[in-house]
Structures are given as C-alpha cells and as structure tokens.
Design a protein around this ligand. Structure first.
Ligand code: CP
Ligand code: NVA
Length: 322
C-alpha cells in the first residue's frame, strides 16, 4: 500500500517515459500497491476517493495528440480516486497545435498542474517535455512505447495466478510500441517472450538487445505456431497503429498471425489472452478468442485505472518502496 511522504521534504520529481525509468523493484511495488488499492475499494462508486486520498489537491494535465478512450478515462478516474483531478489538453485546440514549443508548454504547465501526461507520435517530444518540465511527465503512448499499458497488463497476469519470473509470453503480429514496452518489462521482471511476426515488422533491435542482456529468452519467429506453443499468455494488438497507413500489403503479411482458437490451442491449457484494445476482431484476433473464456481483455482495461494510480504515486514519490 502507498506510504506517503512523511519526511516533510519536497517529494522527488520522477518522470515515467519508459518502464526502465522506474526499474523492476518499483514496478513490482506499483503492482502490489495497485492490488491493495483495488481490493480496498471493491464495490465503491468509481469516482469516490480512496480513504487516504494521497494526491488530494493535485491536478494532472493530459495532452492528447492522438485519440484515446482507456488512457484518457483511466487517468481521469485514477486522479479522482487518489483525491485529485485531471484536465484534458487537446493538442488541436491548445497553442501546442499552433506551434508553441514543447519547452515553453512544459514550463507553463509546470506552473499550473502537478504532473503532465502526454500521448504523442514522436517519443522525442515526450522526452523534451520531461526535460523542460519541473513536474513529473508520464508517457501515455508514443510511437516507440506504451509503458502504462504494460503495468496494467502485468497486474492482470499476476491477478490471474501467473507469477512473472519465468513466464512464457507469446506476442503475435506487429512489432509495435506495445511490444517494445512488453519486451522492456521482460528484461526488468525476468520473463521470456516469443514474438511471431512477419518479416519487416520486427520490434526494434534495441529492445531485443535489452532483454537478452538481462538474461531473458526473447526470440523472433516467422512461424505463428512456434511462437504460441506452450505459452502462458498470448498477446496481440492492432495491425495498424495510430498514425500508420492502412496498407493492404501489411494486412496480408499479418494474416497468418491472427490469434484464433487453433493458435490458442497450442498454448498451455490455462493460457490467457491479452489485448490492450481497441481491437479489430476478425483481423488480429478471432471473435471466438476475443469473447472466449481465456480472454482477459476487459479485466486488463479496468486495470488501467489501478495501474495509473500506482504510476502516479511513484512519480510523486508516494509509493512505499519505489
Ligand atoms: N489501450 C489504450 O491505450 O487504449 P486507448 O487508446 O483507448 O487509450
Ligand atoms: N499500437 C496501438 C496501441 C493503441 C493503444 C497504437 O499505437 O495505435
């Protein structure tokens, strides 16, 4: 459970642009805190604050340069449950959309809000925001990574009785931002990943190297069955991420990597299916798997709230062991 800063000293400012900014111990603490807070408020109305309201009076500013349902709503509700509030800064209707610099935006927002979340295309923009801000900056998805999603995914996996060390996870489809953060998580939390992806759509080497240097088994195969065989968890995501062209050639290349019942049957009998959503049922996942008993996708979506809370507490130096 979150401890709170009782020293009287100013809380440290910590940005969360990637999972490595926190490290394995802090991620484990985030997951533990999320489980505790989730259990403590079971059955409560969703907007009611947790008993300790650890971020009372705090405001999160959320910059969106791309669409969002889950990230937007979960951060807003997370802030309410922590006793604070959130406001949405739609890039198209703020001066950012008319060319005001990231540096000036960072300095202005730091005087007005207590933390900033940004969803954008170029990861360098999130880095520049963090560099110039004097409050924590959180990556709510860039073209490179989606770390907040993965804290929720790890929480979901653990909640369903699968410890992370030694876990065998299969990823099918595009080597995208979500996979990058998942591979980074493997490096930090010591699990293994088999990526099944068509040629030309592999994850960045940098992430593969990071996981291998940490001693994880991370393999890339062109054979979907090989990726799925014996997996504890099977994960996929859209074949066309935000900002990418809807290319017929890419969809055709991805087709053999659809997660369907035949592929799930190759995984362990108690294997679970994850998808960060939004899903394109009939493309990356069949209707049968998406709606089936092994699918955890709506638990995973709900867990975005519980994960965001522990990320926010870590950023504000209010997580007991972080
Ligand atoms: N999974 C996820 O980040 O969803 P949104 O795009 O709806 O925020
Ligand atoms: N890879 C997807 C994730 C959406 C939450 C995208 O970037 O659009």
């Amino acid at each position: 459970m979150a401890g709170g800063d009782t020293s009287g000293a100013a809380s440290p400012v910590r940005s969360f642009l990637d999972l490595s900014d926190a490290g394995g111990d802090a991620i484990a603490a985030m997951i533990g805190d999320a489980q505790d807070r989730k259990a403590a408020r079971a059955g409560w109305p969703k907007g009611r604050a947790d008993a300790d309201a650890p971020l009372a009076g705090h405001v999160l500013g959320m910059i969106f340069e791309k669409n969002s349902t889950r990230t937007r709503v979960s951060f807003d509700i997370a802030m309410r449950q922590l006793g604070g509030s959130a406001l949405i800064l739609d890039a198209a209707t703020t001066q950012l959309g008319r060319g005001e610099s990231i540096a000036d935006t960072a300095r202005v927002l730091s005087r007005m809000v207590d933390a900033i979340m940004i969803r954008t295309d170029d990861h360098a923009k999130a880095q520049a925001l963090a560099e110039h801000a004097s409050v924590p900056v959180i990556n709510g998805l860039t073209d490179r990574s989606h770390p907040c999603q993965i804290v929720a995914d790890l929480l979901t996996v653990i909640e369903h009785g699968k410890p992370l060390p030694g876990l065998e996870l299969a990823w099918l489809g595009d080597g995208n931002n979500v996979l990058h953060s998942l591979i980074e998580a493997a490096a930090l939390m010591k699990f293994n990943i088999r990526v099944g992806a068509p040629e030309g759509y592999d994850p960045e080497d940098e992430f593969l190297a990071m996981a291998r240097a940490a001693g994880c088994r991370v393999t890339v195969t062109r054979d979907a069955a090989e990726a799925a065989r014996g997996a504890d968890v099977v994960v996929t995501d859209t074949w066309v991420s935000m900002g990418q062209d809807h290319a017929d050639a890419k969809l055709a290349a991805m087709a053999p990597f659809q997660v369907d019942a035949a592929l799930m049957a190759l995984a362990k009998p108690d294997a679970r299916f994850l998808h960060c959503l939004p899903a394109h049922v009939g493309e990356e996942v069949s209707q049968e798997v998406f709606e089936g008993a092994q699918s955890l996708v709506f638990d995973e979506a709900e867990n975005r709230i519980h994960a965001q809370k522990s990320i926010l507490l870590w950023c504000h130096g209010k997580l007991a062991t972080g």
